[in-house]
Write a protein that binds this ligand. Structure first.
Ligand code: PHE
Length: 339
C-alpha cells in the first residue's frame, strides 16, 4: 500500500512538471484530486486493509496528497507570472498617440463679475448677506413702501406663486430683512438671482442684482455719492465719469439713477450706449423714512442709503456680449471664450 502511494506521487510529480498552461493544470487536478481521481480511488481501497492499520495509511495518503496540492499552488503562481509576462511583452504603449482632451471648468462670467463687485464692496467694509429667492409680498413690496394695487408695482412685472408669495423681483427685499434683524450701523450687500416677466435682448426673466444698504446716524446723500463714485471707479477705472440723475423708487427719497461713462467708447458715444457716452448702471437713493419705520428703526435718529446693481448688464458690458440670453443658455462654446 505504501508503495502504491509513492508510485502515484512520483507519477503525479512527473506530470506536474510538464504542465504549462491553465487548461492542463485543471485536467491534472481532476485526474488526481477529483471525485473520480486517483487519490480518491486509493482512499477507497482502504476498506481492504485491516482496520487497525487504516489510520496509518490514511495519514500517508493525506500527506502525499497535501504535497501535490502545494505543488499545484506553486504551479498556479508560475503560470500567473508567465501570463503577466506575456501580456506585458505584447502590449506596447504608443507614446506618439495624441493625448485625450480634458475640459476644465471655470467660474461663470456672471459670477466672475459678481465676485469682483463683492470683493470691492467687502474691501469698503460691507458685509455680504443672503436671502430667499421666493419672497412674501410683504418683503418684496409692502415693507418697501409699495402697497398692494400701487401703480409702482407695474415697474416690476412679477411672477406670482400664490397671492402672497412671489419670485423676488428685486434684492431690495433684503433691505427689510437686514434692518429687521440688525441694529445700526448697518452696512450690507446682498447679491442674488431675481425674476421678472421680461424678455428681450437686454432683459431675461431671470437676472441678477446686488443690493447695498448703509444705515447709521448722519448718513447723507454725500455718503451715497462718495461710496458709489469710489465703487464705480474701482470697477471701471479712475478715468470713469459718474453721473447722478433724479429718479423715483418708492423705497428711496430722493432717488437717483447712476450712469458711468460707457466702457465701450470711453464716453465718445457708440451704438452700445446709443450715442450718449453713458451707460445706466444702477438705481439708488436715501432710504425712505417710512421704510426705516416699517423695520422699527427710528427715522429721526438714523438715515441711510441704498443702491441696486443689475449684474447681468455689468457682465454683458464687461465681456461685450450682444445678448443677455447668452449668459443663461450655458453653451460651453460661448462660455469657454470668456476668460
Ligand atoms: N430695486 C431697484 C430695482 O430693482 C433698484 C434700487 C435698489 C433702487 C436700491 C434704489 C435703491 O429697480
Amino acid at each position: 500500500m505504501e508503495d502504491n502511494v509513492k508510485e502515484l506521487e512520483n507519477q503525479a510529480l512527473k506530470e506536474l512538471v510538464k504542465v504549462n498552461d491553465f487548461k492542463s493544470l485543471s485536467e491534472f487536478k481532476v485526474k488526481y484530486l477529483g471525485k473520480q481521481g486517483m487519490y480518491t480511488a486509493l482512499l477507497k481501497e482502504m476498506k481492504n486493509i485491516p482496520s487497525d492499520e487504516r489510520p496509518k495509511f490514511g495519514a500517508i495518503i493525506n500527506t502525499s496528497r497535501q504535497k501535490i496540492e502545494n505543488i499545484i499552488y506553486e504551479t498556479e503562481e508560475r503560470l500567473n507570472a508567465q501570463e503577466l509576462e506575456n501580456k506585458l511583452s505584447q502590449q506596447k504603449i504608443d507614446i506618439t498617440e495624441p493625448a485625450k482632451n480634458t475640459q476644465q471648468g471655470q467660474v461663470h462670467p456672471l459670477y466672475k463679475v459678481m465676485n469682483k463687485i463683492i470683493e470691492t464692496c467687502v474691501e469698503m467694509g460691507f458685509t455680504v448677506v443672503d436671502g430667499p429667492e421666493i419672497e412674501t409680498d410683504y418683503y418684496n413690496f409692502e415693507a418697501l413702501n409699495i402697497p398692494k394695487d400701487h401703480p409702482a408695482r407695474d415697474m416690476q412685472d412679477s411672477f406670482y406663486i400664490t397671492q402672497n408669495l412671489i419670485m423676488r423681483s428685486q434684492t431690495s427685499a433684503m433691505q427689510i430683512r437686514a434692518m429687521e434683524t440688525m441694529k445700526p450701523p448697518i452696512k450690507i450687500i446682498s447679491p442674488g438671482r431675481t425674476y421678472r416677466a421680461d424678455s428681450d435682448a437686454t432683459h431675461s426673466p431671470v437676472f441678477h442684482q446686488l443690493e447695498g444698504l448703509v444705515v447709521d446716524e448722519n448718513v447723507s446723500m454725500i455718503d451715497l455719492k462718495a461710496i458709489l463714485t469710489q465703487l464705480l471707479k474701482t470697477l471701471f477705472g479712475d478715468n470713469t465719469k459718474i453721473r447722478f440723475r433724479p429718479s423715483f423708487f418708492p423705497f428711496t427719497e430722493p432717488s437717483v439713477e447712476v450712469d458711468a461713462t460707457c466702457p465701450m467708447c470711453g464716453g465718445k458715444g457708440c451704438p452700445r450706449c446709443k450715442g450718449s457716452g453713458y451707460m445706466e448702471l444702477l438705481g439708488a437713493g436715501m432710504v425712505n423714512p417710512t421704510v426705516l419705520e416699517n423695520c422699527g428703526i427710528d427715522s429721526k435718529k438714523y438715515s441711510g442709503f441704498a443702491f441696486g446693481f443689475g449684474l447681468d448688464r455689468f457682465a454683458i458690458i464687461e465681456y461685450k456680449v450682444p445678448s443677455i440670453k447668452m449668459m443663461f443658455e450655458n453653451d460651453i462654446k460661448f462660455l469657454s471664450q470668456i476668460k
